[in-house]
Design a protein around this ligand. Structure first.
Ligand code: ADP
Ligand code: 5GP
Length: 194
């Protein structure tokens, strides 16, 4: 079995990609999460080195200058997020396929770079109102952060056509099952690694 594949989940903030990604990590032992570097402050319960490698903007920029990233984006003002080359190498060395939770631009970059060895999945909320409701219910964002995230949704939604497949996350159980099936099909396919 070729275990050097990449599965990328992307969506506007609040659509449910973290929920889906966490579920997939529970039900499959042949994939591991690509822990991104990021410059925002940790949310309650988030652990450095598990959810993200949290760092200062200065530290992040040093890594950019040293060409340490496969891709990175300033997703929100002064908030940088990026996939470290070392992270993909680490997971592949462990014989795992790599699972990503990245923004729409990062997802597009990773897909372009890895082609048929990567599957890009866009998670779509049933409506803008429901997305907003989910973000509010999550209670992780203050007013300013909420505004930043909501302001970006329209643009993020226009990226849908750039990805291999869309999952509409309305009923969570259905979306989780669909995600399981999509990932299962992709990881069973034989492709040549670059
Ligand atoms: P993202 O990672 O895309 O920002 P999350 O996975 O954090 O989104 O989901 C946003 C919020 O919506 C979370 O509180 C999550 O528990 C909730 N949620 C996710 N999917 C559903 C769903 N299908 N129905 C209702 N709530 C959901
Ligand atoms: P959050 O702050 O909600 O954890 O993440 C905000 C956005 O940044 C989400 O769309 C998330 O997928 C994205 N993100 C997380 N890690 C990365 C990364 O390594 N690269 C890119 N481009 N986006 C990321």
């Amino acid at each position: 079995m070729n275990n050097k594949k990449l599965v990328i989940f992307t969506a506007p903030s609040g659509a449910g990609k973290t929920t889906i990604v966490r579920h997939l990590l529970k039900v499959r032992n042949d994939i591991s999460f690509s822990i991104s570097a990021c410059t925002r402050t940790p949310r309650y319960g988030e652990v450095n080195g598990m959810d993200y490698y949290f760092m200062s903007v200065d530290e992040f920029k040093k890594k950019v200058a040293a060409d340490k990233f496969v891709e990175y984006e300033q997703v929100y003002e002064n908030q940088y997020y990026g996939t470290l080359k070392s992270e993909i190498d680490r997971l592949w060395a462990e014989g795992k396929n790599v699972l990503f939770d990245v923004d729409v631009k990062g997802a597009f970059s990773v897909k372009q770079k890895y082609g048929d060895n990567a599957l890009s999945v866009f998670v779509k909320p049933p409506s803008f109102a429901i997305l907003k409701q989910r973000l509010t219910n999550r209670k992780t964002e203050d007013e300013a952060s909420m505004k930043k995230r909501i302001n970006r949704v329209k643009e993020e939604m226009t990226y849908e056509r750039n990805f291999d497949v869309t999952i509409i996350n309305d009923d969570l159980e259905i979306a989780l099952k669909e995600a399981e099936n999509i990932v299962d099909n992709f990881l069973s396919l034989k492709t040549n690694m670059v």
